[in-house]
Design a binder for this molecule. Structure first.
Ligand code: PNS
Length: 166
């Protein structure tokens, strides 16, 4: 069985992520959406909320699992979970410049390959960061996020994970 991973913060998951995950599901038998934790990052949503939004959004797609990635190396996570490919969407050449060294490092660490999918033109401008900023400033983000995310963003709950000290 060919198993791939789509790793990320998913803070929150948006329509650009969905498009890439759905295409990955068409290429592999199983796709794990691995929700990362990086203690250097300040998240808008807790890990539980990020996973719940992803699960709600992806429930209708077959062959997709949503799970926490933990805090360790992605390459080791892939080895542990029997993942043969990391799937990443590319929106721009700067995405590629950022991703290429990580893809090479991951392959050298454990042999896991990275598959890049060019993002669909309609979603090239989307990022979780931009969507959160537009939302906080009162802009309409309903075209960019799934319903379960829109609901939470419009509820305007404060960030659930405070910045770490030190
Ligand atoms: O959505 P993000 O925050 O851009 O996702 C980044 C992620 C989780 C894919 C990246 O930070 C990652 O791979 N983290 C795992 C730590 C790791 O393996 N670092 C070495 C990369 S070669």
């Amino acid at each position: 069985m060919r198993r791939a991973v789509c790793p990320g913060s998913f803070d929150p998951i948006h329509n650009g992520h969905l498009e890439v995950i759905a295409r990955a599901a068409g290429l592999f038998d199983e796709v794990i959406v691995a929700v990362s934790t990086n203690y250097a990052k300040k998240y808008r949503f807790s890990l539980e909320d990020r996973m719940e939004m992803a699960r709600e959004t992806l429930a209708s797609l077959r062959g997709i699992i949503v799970e926490p990635m933990g805090e360790g190396l992605l390459a080791e996570y892939c080895r542990h979970r029997g993942v043969s490919a990391i799937v990443k969407g590319l929106r721009s050449s700067s995405d590629f410049d950022y991703e290429l060294p990580m893809a090479t490092m991951n392959r050298q660490l454990t042999g896991v390959e990275t598959v890049f999918l060019p993002a669909e033109a309609h979603y090239l401008h989307l990022s979780s960061t931009l969507i959160k900023e537009v939302n906080v400033l009162g802009g309409d983000i309903s075209d960019f996020v799934p319903k379960s995310v829109l609901k939470r963003l419009l509820a305007g709950e404060p960030p659930t994970e405070p910045p770490r000290r030190g």
